[in-house]
Design a protein around this ligand. Sequence first.
Ligand code: AMP
Length: 226
Amino acid sequence: MRESSLELILLGPPGAGKGTQSKLLEVRYGVAQISTGDMLRAEVKAGSPIGLEAKRVMDVGGLVSDQLIIRMIGERIAKPDCAHGFILDGFPRTVPQAEALDKLLHETKVDLDAVIELKVDEVVLVERISGRFTCAKCGAGYHDRFKQPKQPGVCDVCGGTEFIRRPDDRAETVHARLEAYRAQTAPIMPYYAAKNRLYSVDGMAEMDEVEAQIEAVLRRVGVQAP
Ligand code: AMP
């Protein structure tokens, strides 16, 4: 059993739970969680040239250019906190991105352990996504129906009282994001299946159960939590 490294991709449409699961796994396995969506939102917030370019596309639920994303991820996985691996959330999202990742990993002689698809029923996604909000101070996630703060208006984690919603979580943008997933991201599944790296878990199950299923896949491929 390998104990010191994990290279994992979580796949699935928006709202499948990739962000939630990848943050849980980051703690459990002690490797960096990388969300290209979070990285882009940080660029947008900073008003950088990348952020300005990305915002136009993100606001309408499209995909940012492969070239920009590949450069960003190349720089990110070269950072010291990825020395023991990473959990990728939201990347790759196109076949050219998957091919570019292979090339990057090949250069550093690293192999992917698994690509895990969170399978979800599309009809629930819009409800899941359009109800979510986060604490403006610490980023803790909540939901109008499924997870309200214990004390209304006060973050359970940090006590913050300001909350934000992602602009692209509006119902009309969610439909465009789902379409981008179907047209551009779903085709990477056969790509990883052909490499014997693709696994599926039931993303409709309770959060703990999804995590347990992911851990079971990781044990099967020889990765043990430290
Ligand atoms: P997410 O937080 O993963 O839902 O990403 C939010 C938005 O950022 C997406 O709807 C895309 O516009 C953009 N984005 C995030 N990751 C990628 C990627 N790997 N390739 C292209 N666009 C991306």
